[in-house]
Design a binder for this molecule. Structure first.
Ligand code: NAD
Length: 498
């Protein structure tokens, strides 16, 4: 039996199961929830909702794995296994691609270029990182003249709870599972209820390449009163890594306070783009266009506030409008498709409520603002128009709050300091993208924006060795490269009296 429903066939008969201790299991309660395709609302299949019993079984399996063969592997052996995981994902590339595209509706061109390759690469990069990170050693003098030697050992944290969002399901999940396993932990993953498939498929990969049972577990369900809460409250979980909304992060932090468990948070953003008149104009339009509309605007690093120097403001607005209007909505497999649907009807209602608010707050709608007219069964999908506004006051909720849709507000500025102040006027601090050909300005402004990631003349360009995370309400901690080791390991100092 396959663990993941395929997008065709008798959907009602298909179940996405939990993956616990190397086996695909249905919840004892028999509870399921629907997984529907955002493109046309069709039922992809039913997902088994884990209860407290399944979450407990998964945590226990993970704990047992640490005490079993997994805990006995050395770094080289673990790394070899993670390379095999990456290779097997790539061998089953089309299965992962189909599952991800069915769950999210994103264009195949995007998922085949970013989601799946990066999902695989996350295992290799962290396998390489752990092999090459030294620890510190200090010699110290002692009164008897013989001295002592201190050195540090990196040991796994233990059982790590991994709570994931739906916007880049495989990529963001493996971004955590890769380093967690490379460091020798065992994990229990709770994928988003919207996108359960690729995490489940990864269970098949783990079994195929011989990752010991219990090292990688998946429990399905929702947040409060469901698998998410059961996992974060479980006393057997040593650390929690979470990507999602800031509000959810607050709830998880409260749960983690019990037992003082460590958290790593990648949260929401309300990122600014700053476009100076001396930019490479076409590159800036292309870059801001991607930052605002890629993945239907459902990227935490996306740009919903754009500040453009007055001299090029009108021209920029018109150029971005042309770009937005050139993005054709359509089926993922259609090569002409430039934009997919939002993840769900519920999320579309949220985004549309901001489209309404923008008008109520006095915005000029440059383009979009509603729902596109889609043919046939696509009418049942959660499609939305890419949207650009101008003329809103900075106090508007549209400017203050994360919308997570394909939209941006563009406002002119006169001076560099003004642009910096506007960009920083937010409780969030995730990312920014600056467009200028003035090198001195680029360095100067980058140093002043209070964010975790600052791009200059680019957006979403990621070297996976670099620190990734947010400041202010956008996160706690950094993941990526050696920085992931700070969270996924404990440093133990050994002091030897000579
Ligand atoms: P979400 O917070 O609604 O849900 C994320 C996950 O948390 C889901 O698996 C959900 O079931 C679970 N969850 C919800 N409530 C919970 C609770 N009380 N206890 C335990 N688990 C709970 O986020 P989402 O809508 O899936 O994703 C979109 C959000 O994620 C946006 O805010 C976006 O900015 C953010 N995001 C951030 C980054 C980043 O790297 N900073 C990356 C991607 C997405």
């Amino acid at each position: 039996m396959s663990s993941v429903p395929r997008p065709t066939g008798d959907a009602a008969a298909l179940r996405t199961l939990n993956f616990i201790n190397g086996e695909f299991v249905a919840a004892r309660s028999g509870k399921t929830f629907e997984n529907r395709a955002p493109t046309d609302g069709r039922l992809i299949g039913l997902v088994s909702e884990a209860g407290e019993a399944e979450v407990d079984a998964a945590v226990r399996a993970a704990r047992a794995a640490l005490a079993g063969p997994w805990g006995g592997l050395d770094i080289a052996q673990r790394s070899e296994m993670l390379y095999a995981v990456a290779d097997e994902i790539n061998r089953r590339f089309d299965d992962f691609l189909q599952a991800e595209v069915a769950d999210t509706g994103k264009p195949l061109s995007l998922a085949s270029h970013i989601d799946i390759p990066r999902g695989a690469a996350n295992f290799k990069i962290f396998a390489d990182v752990v092999k090459n990170v030294p620890t510190e050693a200090f010699q110290m003098a002692t009164p008897d003249g013989k001295g002592a030697l201190n050195y540090a050992l990196r040991v796994p944290k233990g059982v790590v709870g991994v709570i994931c969002p739906w916007n880049l399901p495989l990529l963001l999940m493996t971004w955590k599972v890769g380093p967690a396993l490379a460091c020798g932990n065992a994990v229990v993953v709770k994928p988003s209820e919207e996108t359960p498939s690729t995490a489940t498929l990864l269970g098949e990969v783990m079994n195929k390449v011989g990752v010991p049972k219990g090292v990688y577990n998946v429990v399905h369900g929702f947040g409060p009163g469901s698998a998410g809460e059961f996992l974060t409250r479980h006393a057997g979980v040593d650390a929690i890594t979470f990507t999602g909304e800031t509000r959810t992060g607050t709830a998880i932090m409260k749960a983690a306070a019990e037992g003082t468990r460590a958290v790593s948070f990648e949260l929401g953003g309300k990122n600014a783009g700053i476009v100076f008149a001396d930019c490479d104009f076409d590159a800036a339009v292309e870059g801001i266009g991607r930052a605002a509309f890629a993945n239907c605007g459902q990227v935490c690093l996306g740009t919903e506030r754009v500040y453009v120097e007055l001299a090029i403001f009108e021209r920029f607005v018109q150029a971005l409008k042309a770009r937005a209007e050139g993005m054709k909505p359509g089926r993922p497999e259609d090569k002409a498709t430039g934009i997919g649907p939002l993840i769900s009807q519920e999320h579309r209602n949220k985004v549309l409520s901001y489209y309404k608010k923008a008008v109520a707050d006095g915005a000029t709608v440059v383009t979009g603002g509603g729902v596109p007219d889609m043919p046939g069964e696509l009418k049942n999908g959660s499609w939305i128009q890419p949207t650009i506004w101008t003329g809103l006051p900075e106090s508007s909720a549209v400017i203050r709050e994360e919308i997570f849709g394909p939209c941006c507000h563009i406002r002119p500025f006169d001076a560099e300091d003004e642009a910096v102040a506007l960009a920083n006027d937010t409780p969030y601090g995730l990312a920014t993208t600056i467009w200028t050909t003035n090198l001195a300005r680029a360095h100067r402004v980058a140093a002043k924006i209070d964010v975790g990631i600052c791009w200059v003349n680019s957006w979403f360009l990621r070297d996976l060795r670099t620190p990734f995370g947010g400041s202010k309400e956008s996160g706690i901690g950094r993941e990526g490269g050696v920085h992931s080791l700070e969270f996924y390991t404990e440093l133990r100092n050994v002091c030897i009296k000579l």
